[in-house]
Structure formats: C-alpha cells, structure tokens
Design a protein around this ligand. Sequence first.
Ligand SMILES: [Zn+2]
Length: 274
Amino acid sequence: MKKLNPYIPRISATSYPTAMRHRVGHGVTGLTAVLTAGDEFLSKQTMLVISPHADDEAFGCAGTIAKIKALGGKAYIMIMSVGDLKHYDGRNAIVKGKTRQDEFTRTAEFLKVDGYDVVFTEPAKHLRLDAIPQRDLIAVIERESKVAIDRVKPTIVALPAISYNQDHCAVFNAGFTACRPHLHHIKHFPPIVLTYDNPTLFWNVHNDKFHPNFYVDISDYVNVKLKALSFHKSQLKDRLHHCSMETLETLVRLRGKEISVEVAEAYMCYRFVW
Ligand SMILES: [Zn+2]
C-alpha cells in the first residue's frame, strides 16, 4: 500500500458528495476537492501572510496563524501599507498611520509571529499601492522586505483576494507574480499559494467571487482570532457593518459549517504541490 505523505492533509473523498468528489475545478483554482488542513500538516508549515493593510491579516488569517504557531510551525506577516486615513463615519475623523502601525504591532506580538514588517508608512502611498510600479511591489515581496519570500522561505504564501479595493488588487497581482515558478535552486518555490477571506468580498464582480476550496478548522482558536482583530480598534465598525467583530465571528462560524466544524478560516487555493 502506498505510504501517505505526512505533509498532506488527509482528505476523505467519501465524506463529500459524489458531485463534489468528481467536480473539476474551474477558473484559477483547478482543485478537485475541498481540503481540510490537519494538525500534522499545519505543524510543518511556514506561513507568510501578505496583507495590504494593518487588519487584513487578522480578518483573514489570525486563527490559522495561531494554530500553526501552537502546533510548532512558523508564521510571518508582511503589511504593505499604513497611512493616515479619513473614515466615512466621522467618529475618528483621521486615523493616523502610526495608530495603525501600533495596532498591528500589538496584533503581531499577541499572535507570537516569528517576524513581521510594515513596508510603506508614507501617507502618500496608503490606498495608492496601485500607483506604485508592480515591479517595485514584486521586488518587496520577493526579496526586499525583512520577511520577503527569499528570506523566510514560506511553504504557504497567503495573499489578499481580489476585491474592489485597489490596494488589495495591487498586492494580489504583485504577490502572485512573486510566487511564479522558477528553478527551485535559483528561486524559492512556495508549494502552497492561497488567497484569504475577508468580509468585504461579497461585493465583488462575478468573475472575482471568492469561492473557498481550502479550509483550516480554527474551532479552538476563534477567541484568539477575535482578540487579534480587536487590537485594530480604529478599523472596527458598528455591529451591523460587514467589518464588525460580530460579522467576522458570524462569517468564520458559517465557514466552519461549510465543512461541518464549528469555526473555520476559508481560503482559495491557487497552487498545492507536494
Ligand atoms: Zn485592506
């Protein structure tokens, strides 16, 4: 009998409906089954979360980061930009970039990540990452950041999903290019490339809809995830807004039910190589 590769999450094909088992992935994902990452798998991983702004890492990946760390793996976060920002709600007329940076630092330390970087702190670049040449963003992600792919050699790279936010699209495009295949002895090859969830993704054009096909059971880490998000106080909205603590909890509880567990973080998988 063929020995199972311990790095691969166990997937029970029989636990999914026939239609699911045989469905061929469409579009960019190309996967044929829904994957649920197991503990042994996660314990071997080095995850690099690339986040356009301070808070995206918590919205999308805080539970997975906490779980990987608890199991003995490694996690790094690259925040691409913080900057002064005027909010619509008028409560905090202008949130300073320094506030965003401080909130993120508390989050990263709470999650006990192995390293992090905040790349751009100039207000002129915040929410204008689409005006930076893609080549420059790619270089940051590949080799210039303190936690660049070349430096931390991640097994999982988690990118922001394509959305209406111009910074998210710019970082996705640059990150996707940074993960392009090359000869492995010349350029680090992250075997797993994902995009992560966000409560804003419901407002996407049809072709960019977020359809998860990779889940991490974070039932034991939901409080850690919510605590991580709570540090981003300046970004949290009232409970009926889609970017509230309550909505995020609702979202991850729903994601959990999509795979019949209590709570999960959901991802779209662009590459899975073993
Ligand atoms: Zn963002």
